[in-house]
Design a protein around this ligand. Sequence first.
Ligand SMILES: *Cc1c(COP(=O)(O)O)cnc(C)c1O
Length: 382
Amino acid sequence: MADKRAIETPFYLCKEKLLERNLKILDDIQNRSGAKIILALKGFAMWSTFALVSKYLKGCTASGVYEARLAREEFSRYNRDAEVHTYSPAFKENEIEEISKLSNHIVFNSINQINKFLLKAKEYNPNIHTSLRINPEVSASPKDIYNPCGLYSRLGTTLANIDESALNSLDGLNFHALCEQNVEALEEVLKVFEKNFSKYFKNLKYINFGGGHHITKKGYDIEKLICIIKEFRLKYQIDVYLEPGEAVGWETGYLESTVLDVFENGMPVAILDTSAEAHMPDTLAMPYRADVRGAGRSGEKKYTYRLGGNTCLAGDIMGDYSFDKPLKIGDRVIFEDQIHYTFVKNTTFNGIKLPSLVVERVDGSLEVVKEFGYKEYRDRLS
Ligand SMILES: *Cc1c(COP(=O)(O)O)cnc(C)c1O
């Protein structure tokens, strides 16, 4: 299919050319720093692009058995050496066999979980690598909801809870302390992490620096990141992993919708066939304002509208945006940069139709890779 106008809205459109641009930046970092970079599926799991992604990244990081299976089935099919790393705040007894068999690396969250599952994991998969997620207790994460090192955090083991004998059987340590941050934030975390935990490095093969590195955003100091990783590897003679999600999907496409109605209630209001609540959840959770193509801030251009979704939630509002021309029913409205943390989080709240997934292949052709209908709504309920 070549004509975007013929595709029914709403849909997410991911451009492989933009994705490849990000992947090449990440690959350059791998080549020059010696780190391995794996994709955090939690942020971007459009597996119809994995033929491309797997050319550059070394594998995936999974948050549980379903993501691990997706990595094994849909990523490894293009790259037999792809690594599957699986971390969960707590593994369940009835999943540990499948997770161990699907994974090359298993990352535990606590000493309890190591004591409970490490030997089992090795029994099910004698080649599995094991790691513990550390909570370095430093983070400059901009929002509490995204701060893994916040007060009373359940994510990772703190220094006070380290049990040295449990560490002896591990191959690595993980930390994940950042969210949309530049390299200076990583430096801060590393300073404390090294001070408190480097004494445990001697028998380890790797340290995983987690995600939240905003590497593909304009202005990220890639040279400094490379420098830091190289120094770290040299100093401790140890491998380094990064596992970004957002940086992979960053600015690789958009969410396209149609104006269904326009009316006045103190100000002009437009209703779209998409939803902030169901289809752009981080805009409400973080919250942040998505850019709309061709639009400005409220009052910046001649015609301002409050853009809202097509659910019954009063707060299902994308924000106030201004346009050069009045919005008309049937106009398309495009929300920029809606590929990471969107369709992986979508819900069928209100029975609203899930946006289709469209890929613009490297050769420019458009492919509707997934459409959703009533069936997907019904089958999640009973
Ligand atoms: C979410 C998460 C990531 C990816 O984070 P991004 O901000 O998308 O780069 C990596 N590792 C862990 C453990 C995570 O929870």
